[in-house]
Every structure is written in structure tokens, then in C-alpha cells.
Design a protein around this ligand. Structure first.
Ligand code: AN0
Ligand code: CP
Length: 317
């Protein structure tokens, strides 16, 4: 595997899920595979889970790990070509990428959508430069349009908890005070459809996602109706995708917050969220603390999804 950016990059999804299960059964079975191999993790944005779980996964495989927070301690990097660099950016990606690649065997990159230039975001201008110029396998640790390590962990979790072959999974928008990217919902929709789940997406009018990610899902604007009979509720906020409101917060309507009344409409559904979550905006305290909440095992599976991806990349070096 030369890059891990979307569901297609993983190859056979059922095989990858089987490999993940094997890794979870014994995550220290391959401690020699990554010997003398170095993972460089590069963060343009904050992280708790991705940073720790990916580092842990690499250590489980015997890799060396280097972590760099770009823009905090390292030189600020210019990412656009042709800019006269007379501002605060001291170095260009076009020099920084090959330099960093010379120290690493695999590179992980986190670079969120800027949410101002839709074209630049949806062209994945930062991630694609790493793929093009590093000469190394590249892992998306959440890029502008997708968060594949999260979606893979979400599927590992659903496979562990599902009670029917084809569960009804509901991706629900929920309110948040700040503008967030569409990467997590885009990616979750793409992976859930690829897994063959019955996927319903519910959100207020104006929050339609890019249809290339939601093909195969049912869109239901009535949140209560969407929740009926659900086996899994996957909550997430995102900002508007559709023009002219790209990247904007159109609503903070707390009638969309996931609460116990809504959970009671479901088929005793499990509650999922990628975290970090804002309590009593996205979900009420009682729902996230209930025995149906699986947000902690979901986050724990980030180690497993990362280790599966790293194993595949190491095997292909
Ligand atoms: C980010 C997002 O919504 O994409 C990261 C989620 C994993 N969330 C926040 O910035 C709060
Ligand atoms: N879910 C997730 O990616 O969390 P972090 O932003 O903390 O890495």
C-alpha cells in the first residue's frame, strides 16, 4: 500500500477487517516487522487520539516514531505554489517534504480543510503534495475531505457490536459552536456504504454533503424519523458544504442534540462519536455516559486501524 487516504486504498475491506481482528487478538505478534523503520507524523492541526494511537500502533510493530507539530516549534510552512514569501511562512513545502522524507520510511499527515477555499480543500492540495513529492508511503491522519483511520476504526467497532448482518446505521448532524470540516462524515459515509450497511444520513436543510461521498445512503431531514429502528447512531457536526455557504455554521439548533428521548426511538442503538465531543451540544451527558455509548472502545480501535494500515505499508516497502 503506497497511500492510505480513502476506502479504496485499503484494497479488500473484508480482508482488512479480518486483519484488524487478528491484530486485536495479538497486537504484539509482529514486533520485528518495523525494526529500523521510521514513521514521521506531521501535524498541521491539533490531535489527541490520532497522535497517540498511531504512535502506539507503530511502536507495537517495532517502529521508530518522530512527531512534528508544524507551525509550533517548526518553521511555518507555505503550501501554495508561486507565493512571494514575504509573510510569516519561513519555508515552502516543496523543500520541506523531500527533507522530511529523507529521514522517514512512512509519513503520516494531518492537514484539515481551511474551510474558506472549497476548491483547494476538495483538491486535497496539502496531502497530494506529500503523495507527489515525498517518494514515501503517505497516511492521511485526517486531511481536508476524509479521515480514513477514523472510519476504519468505526467499522472495526460496528463489526464488533452489530447484532444483524446488515445493521441500520444513522449518521446524524448535531450542533457545535464552531465551523468543523466535512472530513469525518464524508469518510464515514464512504466506508459505511462500502461495508454494505443500511446508511441513513440526517441533517438540517443546507447541510447536504458532497453527493460523491453519500451515494448509496438515504437522506432524511426528519431526525426523529431517521432514528427509528437504528442499530447505531453516529453523531457528528460539520459545516455547510453547499455553495454559497461553504465552511459556514448555518445552525446551532440544540433540538438536534442527541438525547435520551431520541435514543428511545431506535432499536436500542449504540451511540458513537469520533471524539473530541462537546457535551450537551452534540450529545447529552446521560446518553454519552449510558451503557449504550461505545465512544471509548471506538477510540481504542484507532490503535487497531492504524496498526493494520502500518502493517500493510511495511509489508509493501
Ligand atoms: C475535528 C473535525 O471535526 O474534523 C477532528 C475530529 C476528529 N474536530 C474538531 O476540530 C473539534
Ligand atoms: N478522532 C480523532 O481523530 O481525534 P483527534 O483529533 O484527537 O486525533
Amino acid at each position: 500500500m503506497k497511500k492510505f487516504t480513502c476506502v479504496d486504498d485499503i484494497g479488500s475491506l473484508s480482508q482488512a477487517l479480518a486483519e484488524a481482528k487478528m491484530i486485536k487478538a495479538d497486537r504484539y505478534a509482529l514486533t520485528d516487522l518495523g525494526r529500523n523503520r521510521t514513521l514521521l507524523m506531521l501535524f498541521f492541526n491539533s490531535s489527541l487520539r490520532t497522535r497517540l494511537s498511531t504512535q502506539k500502533a507503530a511502536m507495537n510493530l517495532g517502529m521508530n516514531v518522530m512527531v512534528l507539530d508544524v507551525n509550533q516549534g517548526a518553521w511555518k510552512l507555505e503550501t501554495e505554489r508561486g507565493v512571494v514569501m514575504d509573510g510569516d511562512k519561513a519555508e515552502h513545502l516543496l523543500e520541506a517534504i523531500p527533507v522530511m522524507a529523507s529521514y522517514a520510511d512512512i509519513i503520516g499527515v494531518r492537514s484539515f480543510a481551511g474551510l474558506t477555499d472549497k476548491k483547494a480543500d476538495y483538491e486535497e492540495r496539502v496531502l497530494s503534495q506529500f503523495i507527489q513529492y515525498s517518494g514515501r508511503p503517505v497516511i492521511s491522519m485526517e486531511a481536508a475531505t476524509r479521515h480514513p483511520l477514523q472510519s476504519f476504526a468505526d467499522l472495526i467497532t460496528i463489526e464488533e457490536y452489530k447484532r444483524t448482518e446488515r445493521p441500520k446505521v444513522v449518521l446524524t448532524w448535531a450542533p457545535h459552536p464552531k465551523a468543523l470540516p466535512q472530513a469525518v462524515p464524508n469518510s464515514f459515509a464512504e466506508w459505511a456504504v462500502a461495508a454494505g450497511y443500511e446508511l441513513t444520513i440526517t441533517h438540517p436543510h443546507g447541510y447536504e454533503l458532497d453527493s460523491s461521498f453519500t451515494a448509496g445512503a438515504k437522506i432524511e431531514y426528519d431526525q426523529d424519523k431517521a432514528f427509528e429502528g437504528a442499530d447505531f447512531i453516529y453523531a457528528k457536526n460539520w459545516s455547510a458544504y453547499a455553495d454559497p455557504n461553504y465552511g459556514k455554521v448555518l445552525s446551532t439548533d440544540r433540538s438536534w442534540t442527541v438525547d435520551s428521548r431520541k435514543m428511545a426511538l431506535t432499536n436500542d442503538a449504540y451511540f458513537m462519536h469520533c471524539l473530541p465531543v462537546r457535551r450537551n451540544m452534540i450529545v447529552t451527558d446521560d446518553v454519552i455516559e449510558s451503557e449504550r455509548s461505545i465512544v471509548i472502545p471506538e477510540a481504542a480501535n484507532r490503535e487497531i486501524s492504524a496498526q493494520t494500515v502500518l502493517m500493510k505499508m511495511l509489508n509493501a516497502l
